[in-house]
Design a binder for this molecule. Structure first.
Ligand SMILES: [Zn+2]
Ligand SMILES: [Zn+2]
Length: 67
C-alpha cells in the first residue's frame, strides 16, 4: 500500500479511514474505542495516539443511523 498523499510506500494505515500513510505524512489523533454513559455523563475510552492520515474528518459525536 502507498501513502495517500505522496504515493510512496506507507508505513501505517489511518485508524479512521484506512488510507495508507508514509512517515512524512503520518499524524496522530486520539481515537475513541468505545462510548458509555455513567450517571448521565457521557464518557469515552480513547487511545491517545492513533494513526491519522490528515485527510479524513473523524466526527466527535457518534452519528445516528436510521434503520
Ligand atoms: Zn506521504
Ligand atoms: Zn484517514
Amino acid at each position: 500500500m502507498n501513502c495517500s498523499h505522496c504515493n510512496r510506500p506507507a508505513i501505517g494505515v489511518c485508524k479512521f479511514c484506512g488510507r495508507g500513510i508514509c512517515k512524512d505524512h503520518i499524524k496522530e489523533l486520539p481515537h475513541i474505542i468505545t462510548l458509555y454513559i455513567e450517571k448521565d455523563i457521557k464518557k469515552a475510552f480513547v487511545t491517545d495516539k492513533a494513526l491519522f492520515c490528515g485527510k479524513c474528518k473523524p466526527v466527535e459525536e457518534p452519528i445516528k443511523i436510521e434503520v
